[in-house]
Write a new protein. Sequence first.
Lengths: 511, 316
Amino acid sequence: MQFVKDRLDYLFRSTRGLTLVAIAVVSIVTAIFGTLSGPMVEWGIKDITVRLLGMKLVEAEREGRVIMLYHTIAMTIVAIEVYFMTEMLPMKRYEQTVINGTITVGYLTAVVFGLLFAYWGHAFVYHGLFLLGQSLVFFAGILLCIALWPWKKEYRLPADSPYARSKSGLDLERMAFFVMAVSTLLSASFGAVTGSYWGNGHETFLGEDLIRNPFKTVLQKAIIGHLHIMLTLIAIAITLIVGRWMKFKGILHRIAMPLMIWGTIIITAGALSVVWVEWAHTIIYVGSVFVMLAALMYVIYSWDMLIKEGTAGIEKPTGWQKFKALLSDPIKFGPGWQMVFMNFTVSGVGIFMAVKLTEIFRVWPHREERIVLTGHWHILSGLIATIILFYFADLSGLKGKARKWFGWLVILMSNIAFASVTIFSMKRLFVTEAEQQGVVNWLMLFTDIGLAVVLVALAVFMIWRLYDLLQAKGYWTQEYNAERKTSAEAEIEEQKRKLKELEETLKEVSK
Amino acid sequence: MKRTFFLLTLLALTISSCAPAPSIGAITPPYVDTGIDPESWAVVPAGTFPYGQHDHMTLVDYDYDIMVTDVTNEQYARFLNEALADGTIRVGEVEVETGEQVWVEIGVYGFYPGDPYDGYKHEEEIKPGDKLFFPIEADGVRITFDGKTFRAIHEYSNHPVTMVTWFGANAYCEYYGWRLPSEIEWEKAARGTELVNGRGLPFPWGPHIERNNANYYSSFDLFEKMFGKLGNTMPVGFYNGRTYDGHETLDSASPYGLYDMAGNVWQWTGDNYPKQHYRHMRGGSFYSYEVDLRVWKFNSAGPQHYSPQVGFRCAR
C-alpha cells in the first residue's frame, strides 16, 4: 500500500509527477486516436482499434469527434504549462496546490468524459462531465490570474534587477504571464459562449472547410477567432516558460517583455475582433510582429548564453568552437531552434500565403488550400510539443549520451517530418497533379519516418520514467525530495513573512 | 560513430527500398468492361431528403433525370467532334485568366456569356468571352487530337473524362440541352431519402465504407498496383458487385442506381453562388481520403480549373 501511496504522492503532488502524468495522458490519447486517421487507416490499424475498443463511429459526427479530441489534448497541454508556471513563478504554496489540484481534476475529467462522449456513443452525462472538466480548467485559470497578480508588493523588482521592470518596479515578465493568462480566459470564453449554442442554432464545423465561404455566421467567426488565438496563446506561454527556464535577462529581456505584453494584447484583440472587424487581420499582423520580435530576443539571448557557457574556459574562441558550444546541449539549443524553424514552416508559410492568396492559393482547389492551412497549424502544435519535451527532459535530469540522443533525434527528425509536410502542402508550386505521385510518396515517407522516430524517442523516454517509477530508490525519489525541500523552504519563508506581518498588525493594534 | 553510420545506412536502405511511383500518364492500364451503360439516365422523383452533414430536410419539388455514370472520355470526344464540326468550339490558343494571372493555353475553347459580378472580397469577375474547355497538351489528358478528330485513348475510353474545366463541363451538358446538376440535386441523387437512426446516408450505398466500395486514396484497387496508392481513375460503374481478375467489388450504386457518386473523380456542379466565382465539386476522387467521399463534402475551384481528378455528369 505504501508503495502505491508514495508513487501517487509523487505523481499528483509534484510538478514533475503531474507533468509526467499529463505527458503520459497525451501520449496514450495520441497513440490510440492517432490510429484512426492517416497511414494507420491505410494499414488497417483503424479497424482493429475500433473493433478492439468497441468505438461507435458515426460518419456524420467525425468533425465533432475531432473537435472534442483537439479539446482534450489542448486541456492537457494547458495543464502542463500551468504546472510549469506554478513552479517557476513566485507564488504562495497554497495557491500552487489549489491551482494544480483544480486543473488536474479538470483536464482529467475533460479527457475521460470528452473522449467517451465523442467515441463511445452520445450519453449526455458524459458531455456534461466534459463541460464540467473544462469549467474546472477555466476556474484554475482564474486562480492562476489571481496568483500571478503582478501589482502585489512582494513581487515587485528592485531598481538594480537584471529583469525587465517598470519604473514603479512591476515585474514585466510576470505581467507578460498575467496578460497571457487573462487573454487565454477571455479567448476560452469566446469558445464557451459559442459552444453553448451547440445544437441550438450552431452546428459543428471545421474552420478549414469554411475558408472560401463568403457568408460566415457570427458564431462561426467567433470559433475561428477562438481556435487561432488559443493555439497562439499556448505558443506564447511556452515561449515565456522557456525564457524563465533559461534565465532570460538583461537588455534583451527588457526589450522583449514589453513587446510580449503589447503583442499578446494586440494579437488577442485582433483574433477576437474577427467577429466584428473586417480588417482584423491587420491587427493580428501587428501583434504577431511584436510577439515574434520578443521570441527573437529570447533566441539571441539563449544562443549567446550557450556559446558563452560552452567556451567559458577558452580565452579567444574560434568560430568553430563557438558553433560547437552552441550545439553542445541539444535540449537547451532545441527550444530556440524550433522557434527559428517555425519561421520556415509556420510563419513564413502564413505570410507567403497572405501575400499570394489571390495569385496562387485561391487558384488552387479548396482541398489544396485546406492542406496548407491544416498542415501549418499541426506543425505549430508539434513544435510546441517538442519544446515542452525539451523542458521536461531537462527537469527529468536527462544527462550524458541519453540527453544528446534524445535532443538531437527530436530536433532532426521532427524537422524532417515538418519540412516534408510543408513541402507536401506547397507541392502544387512545383509539380502537377499528373506528375505528383513520386513526390508525394517520398514526402509521406519522410514525414512518417520523422514522426515515428520522434514518437519512439518519446516512448523510450516514457518507458524509462515508468521503469524508474517502479524502483524503490529511483530518480523520482530524488526529484520528489528536491521539490519537497524547495517547497518547504519557500513555505518557511512564506510563514516568516506572514509572522512578520501578523506581529506588525499586533503592534499596530496594541498602540 | 559506428552506430551513427549504421543508423544512417539503415535509413538509406529503408528509403531506397521504396520504389518510385510512376506518373499517371506513364502507364496505360488495360481496358476493363464494367457492363454499366454510360448512356443511361436515372429518374429522381420530387420530394424531401436529408441535405448536408446535419441532415436538414430539404424539398426538391420536381422530378429530374441524372446520368447513371460520369461522362466518359469516349462521350466527351464525341461531343468535341460534333461541336467542332458545327463551329460551337474551336481549337487553338486561348487566354486563361484567374486571380492576377493571365496565361495562354492550347486547347479546346468556346464562348461563355459571363457571370453576374458582386465585387465581393476575393471574388473574381467572370467576363463574357472565349473560355478554355479542355487543354489538349496537358499531362493527364486521355483524349488525343490529330488536327481533325478527337479520339479517346481506347483503354481509357470508359473512364470518366477528366481535365475538363467547369466551362467545358457546362458546355457539354448545354450542347445536348441538359445542365450540370445543382449541389442539392447532386446530393439527393447520391444519398436518396432514407433515414437510418434519424440520419441520412453518408455514402451512396449505406452507412459505412469498405475498400471495395469505391476508388479512393489507398483503397487497394486494381490500378493502385500499377500506379501506387494514389491510384488513377477507374472505368465508370466499376463498383457494381462484379469480380474483375480476382478483384471483388461491392455493388455501390446510390439509391437511384447511380454509380461513382463517391470516389473516382470529383464532379462539377452547376450552381453559381453570389459573391464568389468558385464552382463546387462533389463526391471525392481517387486522390481523396475516405472521409472526403461522404456525400456532403465538397471541393471548390475557379471555373477555369482542370485536373486529372475532376470530371462531371449532367442532369435534365
